[in-house]
Ligand binder design. Structure first.
Ligand SMILES: [Zn+2]
Length: 131
């Protein structure tokens, strides 16, 4: 059974952008994993990711996945944060995908991402906005 303490332990990496930095090869893993995919190490140090970065590439989803009720088209970007970690995030404040460009500066903000209408559950996560 899930205890409040377990839920609390799982809270940081999802909400505070915690990543794991490999002690042996310095690769930054987000979300954290148990084994480094680059060198096989199991030794990590927890790092909090920077919130600023730039767009490496992006795509526009025109048919949204189930549960994404709000925005279509839905711009999704691969963002390289200032420490080199890459995260896949929704773009939060750009309605017109034509305004997106490779290399543009963004910062990650905590926003509502998805809502499940039937259960009334709302999911939160990070979205990128112009930085
Ligand atoms: Zn490694």
């Amino acid at each position: 059974m899930d205890s409040p303490a377990k839920a609390w332990r799982e809270y940081p990496q999802r909400y505070r952008l915690e990543a794991a930095t490999c002690d042996d090869c310095s690769k930054v893993l987000y979300p954290p994993r148990l084994v480094c995919p680059k060198c096989g190490s199991k030794n990590f140090t927890t790092t909090v990711l920077p919130r600023a970065g730039k767009v490496i590439t992006y795509t526009v989803v025109r048919v949204p996945p189930t549960g994404f009720t709000e925005e279509t088209p839905l711009p999704i970007a691969l963002v390289e944060l200032d420490n080199g970690a890459r995260v896949m995030v929704q773009i939060g404040d750009i309605a017109d995908p034509e305004q997106l460009s490779i290399g543009m500066r963004v910062r990650l903000e905590f926003r509502r991402i998805q809502s499940d209408g039937e259960a009334g559950v709302i999911f939160y996560g990070h979205k990128a906005v112009r930085g």
